[in-house]
Design a protein around this ligand. Structure first.
Ligand SMILES: [Fe+2]
Length: 387
């Protein structure tokens, strides 16, 4: 079969101290006035100031909007507020500097400057008709991949479910990935974001949407993140670990953008929406049960995952090697102190499973990529297994 492949990525500037290049990058986009959206912790760490001085050196007027409600899942109202600030100030470039939530807010606010209506009008696949104002997206954690993806995730307060805007028009213009910005990221956030990064490579690798370009990148990203996450969590000042986790994260973000996540992410949405658990932590609690269920369809790829994670599988049968991959993932998650089951996540109440299964099953945008076809009952079983 001859596969059709489309590959999309923003312009990427990766490396130590690349934040200092934000001024010249904004200039290339034609910026006269830039709005920099950031969070309180990032501002307190002095990172916004560094960006501002680089922008000012290029004679770009800049205003900093600090989004105080820096929660794991921003409400859509925050986007509308930021868009209003941007509209009033007539900014021509929108910069997001922060964790995944801030970056999603910046991306979506930019889209609302050229498209009518509100965020909730654009939930779903390819619903944003026009590109927004140019964006520069700068992550301060290694994991979400938001700097290179077309996605923005928000909490829909009406249904209390996390929902995604997935539109090519949301793809940032420029991603600046500076590992130095992640040095102050606390261990628990490093761990959660790091598992997210690992899964943005591993999950698309097993999906129906995988292709040879993303597979090559996914295996390298799996190898890098599984090797360096432990050291990055153990010592945030370990610059080698921060450098490679940033690299692995941007690579897995590209994989995510071009091949997409599937079952684990679909099942995490209702749980995260209900318990407000950090995204990577929720994924950790579900991934073993999910992969155990789908791996029958992707045994050879599970073997390659095990190899990429440094497991010696030469003497093993494909079935044994697949199980070895599962063991390696479990070990990786446990080694950074995250839960491998919903019970370990302190969720005791199993009565919500039927509703979660229905909610997760609605995520056909993600589930259509699953290598194993899933009914509501199948998903229910996987949730039960995840307890
Ligand atoms: Fe994710």
């Amino acid at each position: 079969m001859y596969q059709v492949i489309q590959f999309k990525t923003p312009s990427i500037l990766f490396g130590m101290d690349t934040l200092s290049q934000i001024g010249p990058e904004a200039k290339k986009l034609g910026a006269g006035r830039a709005l920099l959206v950031t969070g309180p912790r990032v501002k307190a760490a002095g990172l916004a100031e560094k960006a501002v001085s680089s922008l000012k050196a290029e004679s770009i007027a800049v205003e900093v909007a600090v989004e105080e409600r820096d929660t794991p899942e921003p409400a859509t109202t925050v986007v509308e507020e930021v868009a209003e600030i941007a509209r009033k100030g007539q900014f021509d470039v929108i910069i997001g500097l922060g964790g995944g939530s801030i970056l999603d807010v910046a991306k979506m606010a930019s889209a609302l400057l050229t498209n009518p209506g509100k965020t909730r009008d654009y939930f779903g696949k390819e619903k944003v008709p026009k590109r927004g104002k140019p964006t520069i997206i700068v992550p301060t954690t290694s994991g979400t991949g938001a700097e290179v993806t077309k996605h923005a995730i928000f909490l829909d307060r009406e249904s209390n479910v996390k929902k995604a805007v997935a539109s090519t028009n949301l793809l940032p213009d420029v991603a600046i990935v500076d590992p130095m910005l992640t040095v102050s990221c606390p261990p628990r956030v490093t761990a959660s974001a790091g598992i997210d990064a690992f899964l943005h490579a591993a999950e698309p690798f097993l999906s129906k949407n995988a292709n040879p370009i993303t597979d090559a990148m996914a295996l390298e990203a799996v190898s890098i993140t599984s090797r360096w996450l432990g050291p990055a969590v153990a010592d945030g000042q370990d610059l080698d670990a921060r450098y490679y986790m940033s690299l692995g994260s941007v690579m897995s973000g590209i994989v995510l953008n071009n091949s997409g996540t599937s079952l684990v992410h679909a099942m995490a949405y209702p749980v995260g929406g209900e318990y407000h658990t950090p995204h990577g932590v929720t994924l950790s609690a579900l991934v073993i049960a999910c992969f155990r269920y789908i791996m029958v369809a992707k045994q050879r790829k599970m073997v390659r995952l095990a190899q990429a994670m440094g497991e010696n599988v030469e003497e093993l049968s494909p079935r044994e090697a697949s199980n070895r991959a599962l063991d390696a993932i479990r070990h990786l998650i446990q080694s950074v102190g995250l839960p491998v089951s919903l019970r370990e996540l302190n969720i005791q109440d199993t009565s919500k499973i039927p509703r979660w299964a229905v909610e997760a099953h609605k995520e056909q945008r993600l589930l259509s990529r699953s290598p194993r076809i899933l009914s509501v009952e199948d998903i229910q079983k996987i949730y039960e297994d995840a307890f």
